[in-house]
Design a protein around this ligand. Structure first.
Ligand code: ADP
Length: 408
């Protein structure tokens, strides 16, 4: 990598933390990454940094997003990199129907992100804190917003419409939006390259399985259906989210536990999923270990999780005109050979035959095919949302046109 390469700062600003990565524009490894956390609590905020394979922690003297970003930028400066930062890419959770692709941040774009805040109050407000702080600290550097929802704006109306009185859609925007779009876009582009598919004629089901989990049907590079809905609560079982649930069951929970709607929503978001079933942990690896020691609740949690993944792979395949591959990604999808084996074994109707040895080797960022030559292939492809955000920031900031990048 040339030490003249322009750099892109990728910022993922959450309600009490800011994650960041400083990436060279030629796609090589990050120079710096980390997280500033505990930004809104009374305890001390701290900055955890990874640089050259080492990890160090700095206590921050004051809280708040702007101070965190100031500390991150002073680290960039002290390494002599600040003049090479040519764009900042921000993750924004909800773009509603207003954003079908990433956008350069302008006052109008900020107004439109604010207008979507009702859909994801905690997330979008936190994302805006990061955008405002960076715009003030780096006023002459282009800022780009990359939306979790944008990739799914290609879903057909029958896939995004809820069967509710349509005035709620017309007046309040209540419909399926879908999330994890940046991950699905990255992985689907990698899959086209790796599986040697025709960009204009292919079909994939991608399962992104992490603490948050969702699946997406991708037809010719475009999302045509996905499991998350108006919020990230719908669909697959997740670490602490229930995924799909009969609203009648939710109403009964409210009655028996004397919870109002917000209380039920919090219970389904924070106390349910793998944690709720196992009554032990939301962490998949912990549950695998517990199941190995005979913990039946942990085993049940893994089985319910797997059942839901299998069910949705089958359902999403019906949105495709051809079915080239199932792709596993996210912390669980990329690392749990056991989950992948359980899923493919239960997908026998699609004639998958697992290659057990290669499946076991696909951990810790490895990428490869894990079936034995089935018609529909099964792959593990690690996601890289920050790389995708950086790529969009480079394109939208016009770094290619300015001749700042080497030809690929
Ligand atoms: P997030 O949605 O927060 O980005 P990740 O994609 O990092 O989450 O995924 C976290 C999940 O991945 C956790 O449930 C964790 O237990 C699981 N995981 C990570 N490594 C392994 C592993 N080696 N085996 C099984 N599960 C793993």
């Amino acid at each position: 990598m040339s030490d003249q390469q322009p750099l892109v700062l990728v910022v993922n600003s959450g309600s009490s933390s800011v994650k960041f990565k400083l990436l060279p524009a030629d796609g090589s490894s990050p120079l710096l990454s980390g997280i500033a956390e505990s930004l809104c609590t009374s305890g001390p905020a701290r900055l955890i940094v990874r640089q050259n394979g080492e990890r160090f922690t700095e206590e921050l003297t004051s809280t708040g997003h702007q101070n965190a970003l100031r500390a991150i930028l002073s680290l960039v400066k002290s390494n002599g990199w600040i003049k090479r930062v040519r764009a900042v890419g921000h993750r924004v959770v909800h773009g509603g129907e207003r954003f079908t692709e990433s956008a350069r941040i302008t006052p109008e774009v900020i107004r439109n992100i604010e207008a979507c805040t009702d859909f994801a109050p905690l997330h979008n407000a936190a994302n805006l804190l990061g955008i405002r702080a960076c715009s003030e600290l780096l006023p002459s550097i282009p800022q780009v917003a990359v939306f979790d929802t944008a990739f799914h704006q290609t879903m057909p109306v029958e896939a995004f419409t809820y069967a509710i009185p349509q005035r709620f859609y017309r007046d309040h925007g209540i419909r399926r939006y879908g999330f994890h779009g940046t991950s699905f876009r990255y992985v689907s582009e990698r899959a086209v390259e790796l599986l040697g598919l025709d960009p204009d004629d292919h079909g994939l089901v991608i399962v992104h399985l992490g603490n948050g989990a969702s699946a997406c049907a991708v037809r010719n590079g475009k999302s045509c259906d996905t499991t998350m809905g108006f919020t990230p609560l719908e669909g697959l079982v997740m670490g602490t989210r229930s995924g799909d649930l009969d609203i009648g069951a939710a109403a009964q929970i409210g009655r028996v536990a004397q919870l109002n709607l917000a209380g039920v929503e919090a219970l389904l978001n924070r106390d349910s999923g793998l944690l709720g079933i196992s009554e032990l942990s939301s962490d998949f690896r912990t549950l695998e270990d517990a199941a190995d020691f005979g913990d039946q609740s942990a085993e049940l949690a893994l089985d319910v999780f797997t059942h839901r993944v299998v069910r949705y792979i089958g359902a999403l395949a019906t949105s495709l005109t051809r079915f080239d591959g199932v792709i596993f990604t996210g912390g669980i999808g990329e690392n749990s050979a056991r989950l992948r084996e359980m899923v493919l074994n239960r997908l026998r109707a699609f004639s998958f035959v697992l290659h057990a040895q290669t499946n076991r080797r696909m951990v810790g960022g490895a990428c490869g095919r894990i079936d034995r030559g089935s018609h529909t292939q099964a792959w593990v492809i690690p996601t890289d949302e920050e790389a995708m955000i950086a790529r969009d920031a480079i394109r939208i900031a016009g770094l290619h046109q300015q001749g700042l990048l080497r030809a690929a």
